[in-house]
Design a protein around this ligand. Structure first.
Ligand code: FA5
Length: 341
């Protein structure tokens, strides 16, 4: 790099310096080098800055000319600088991505099973069976976001901010209000009504998240499958028929269940359907007739339309299906557990 000290002859130096600078920019290959260049030429003690500082001994006409030239040089520099910096950053990002790239086709360093292949997770096995059962009963399968709004998780389900029912589901909030990790798959009820109108039959399997005290039947991240049927005449009779059909098909026999009143602000009447498992009753399948307020949020007139909804504890159903004694095995990533399926 040439020196840019000013003198009577400093005006040509601006041009020379600029050429040097542009060449250096072209050759720079990292954002660090670019930062250094900026400081070297335009920093407090930079070469161009020094020129400007030492114009005192020039006559006013020359001073003005020099000032303009340095300004022009700075503009040219800034334009080229930002172009080159963008290109460098893009390169750096690509290099980083290339380093972090994971070849999922590479064989894992895991001792091979007898079959040498992986297996399907028990939740996926049962979810697929459920989807097939419901497709056969005229239901569609829908999916919704895991990070959802307070509206779809609570308000649309007749649970306003002050409602004590919010405490029934300990919520994991994001730092961006009003978004949260959905506490249940019931978020799909009003979303589907708004998207599809009525009549409609859907099931919505997916992950839910709660700030829970963990034990053998409670996980912080678990699966549910909500279901909903809305039509002109839907009664508790329909609800019970569908719940019994579901359980008979999934177990292959009629399991021991009990139906008792249950409270959820989004159904009226509401029920808890429990299943006998490991010598005790396990809450599995809460359900009920959809509350008029929910139908209204979905844009429907409750005098014209009725519906039932249920929220199956999918992870718990999987436990009972495969006699898994602790729900925490399911997401433990323990291969000894997974290889049994
Ligand atoms: C609900 O989440 C309601 N949305 C269900 C519903 C839908 C009711 C539609 C009426 C109409 P609840 O919080 O009880 O309700 O959860 C439903 C089921 O999810 C429970 O019966 C249980 O089987 C399962 N569940 C709840 N919390 C957990 C958890 N921490 N770990 C595993 N399973 C859970």
């Amino acid at each position: 790099m040439r020196d840019g000290n000013s003198s009577e002859n400093s005006i040509p130096n601006v041009k020379n310096l600029l050429v040097d600078l542009l060449t250096a920019i072209e050759q720079a290959s990292s954002s660090k080098e670019m930062d250094e260049l900026k400081v070297h030429y335009f920093g407090k003690k930079g070469l161009f800055t020094n020129i400007l500082k030492s114009v005192g001994n020039l006559d006013p006409e020359k001073r003005k000319e020099l000032g303009l030239e340095v300004n022009d040089a700075k503009k040219t520099f800034e334009a080229r600088f930002s172009l080159q910096l963008n290109a460098i950053k893009q390169n750096e990002e690509n290099e980083q991505l290339a380093k972090e790239w994971l070849d999922v086709t590479l064989p894992l360093n895991i001792p091979p099973q007898s079959s040498g292949s992986g297996s399907i997770h028990p939740v996926s096995i049962v979810r697929k069976e459920l989807e097939d059962i419901f497709l056969g009963l005229g239901f569609d399968v829908v999916d919704g976001p895991e990070v959802d709004s307070e509206f779809f998780n609570f308000e649309s389900l007749n649970i306003p901010g002050t409602h004590p029912a919010r405490d029934m589901q300990d919520t994991i909030w994001t730092t961006k209000a009003p978004y949260l990790m959905r506490t249940h798959t019931s978020t799909n009820q009003v979303r589907t009504l708004l998207e599809r109108g009525a009549p409609v039959r859907i099931v919505a399997p997916g992950r839910c998240f709660r700030y829970e005290r963990l034990d053998a039947t409670h996980e912080h991240t678990f699966y549910q499958m909500d279901g909903m049927m809305v039509d002109r005449k839907v009664s508790v009779g329909h609800l019970i028929y569908f719940m019994k059909t579901l359980l008979r098909k999934i177990y292959g026999f009629e399991p021991k269940i009990r139906l008792r009143p249950g409270y959820f602000p989004f159904v009226e009447p509401g029920f808890e359907l429990d299943i006998w498992f490991n010598n005790r009753w396990l809450e599995l399948l809460p359900c009920g007739l959809m509350h008029p307020e929910v139908l209204k949020h979905g844009g429907l007139d409750p005098k014209e339309w009725q519906g039932f909804a249920f929220g199956l504890g999918l992870s718990r159903l999987v436990m009972t299906r495969f006699q898994i004694d602790d729900i925490r095995h399911m997401q433990s990533g323990d291969l000894r557990f997974l290889r049994q399926f």
